[in-house]
Design a protein around this ligand. Structure first.
Ligand code: 5GP
Length: 212
């Protein structure tokens, strides 16, 4: 998807390949809200993952996730349907490969909201078109205390689940250096401005342009 007036060089004689934006952050950082805001702007196609996690109030099947059983998840792993998959906080999550490839090949940017293990799998994916498309961004919460506050404010986890997510957050925060970009989380508005700055710069890269 070409950004109006930005990625189109004079004469409109170029097309661009799609960018695969991979966003990771500890649970509660505000990444899902950030991704939802980006989705609404129509800048990307959001890749709806499969998960074995239970649906939360306010979520919608096929919009937030494809909610599937453990058996169905395993069947899809065996069939090679996932670009990456990982167990996160005791549930399984996976990115559907075909959906991502079709969009990228068509020149549309794709947004993935995945954990650090999934991002690592994509970084080591042997498919060169995925490597060329990849832009990975880590969102760093201000502090662990602030993260816990945000997680509690969300009110969707039990005390036990908050404990698990906080323990995982501490280790996930150590992975920021694996990412091309690290965005220090502030308010949602500021995070959006920062993310859009990365998005714009990446859309200008000469390597992504093709003469028509
Ligand atoms: P939640 O259950 O809060 O929606 O997500 C928990 C974690 O799973 C988040 O860190 C989210 O980024 C990650 N996640 C969501 N979908 C995928 C996926 O398809 N693959 C991987 N590896 N992680 C995912």
């Amino acid at each position: 998807m070409l950004e109006q007036g930005m990625s189109q060089p004079p004469g409109n004689c170029f097309t661009r390949t799609g960018i695969l934006f991979v966003v990771s952050a500890p649970s509660g950082t505000g990444k899902t809200t950030l991704c939802n805001n980006l989705r609404q702007s129509g800048d990307f196609v959001y890749s709806v993952s499969c998960t074995t996690r239970k649906i939360r109030p306010g979520e919608e099947d096929g919009v937030d996730y494809h909610y599937i059983s453990q058996e169905e998840f395993k069947r899809r792993v065996d069939a090679g349907d996932f670009l990456e998959h990982a167990e996160v906080h005791g549930n399984h999550y996976g990115t559907l490969k075909e959906q991502v490839q079709v969009e990228l090949n068509g020149g549309t940017d794709v947004l993935l909201d995945i954990d650090v293990a999934g991002a690592r799998q994509i970084r080591s994916c042997p498919d060169s078109s995925i490597q060329q498309a990849l832009v990975d961004v880590f969102i760093m919460p201000p502090t662990l205390q602030e993260l816990e506050k945000r997680l509690r404010k969300r009110g969707t986890e039990t005390e036990e689940q908050i404990g698990t997510r906080m323990a995982n957050a501490a280790s996930e925060m150590g992975f920021w250096q694996e990412y091309s970009y690290t965005l220090l989380s502030e308010t949602m508005e500021e995070d959006l401005i920062k993310f859009r700055a990365i998005m714009r710069a990446e859309r200008y890269r000469s390597a992504r342009l093709r003469r028509k």
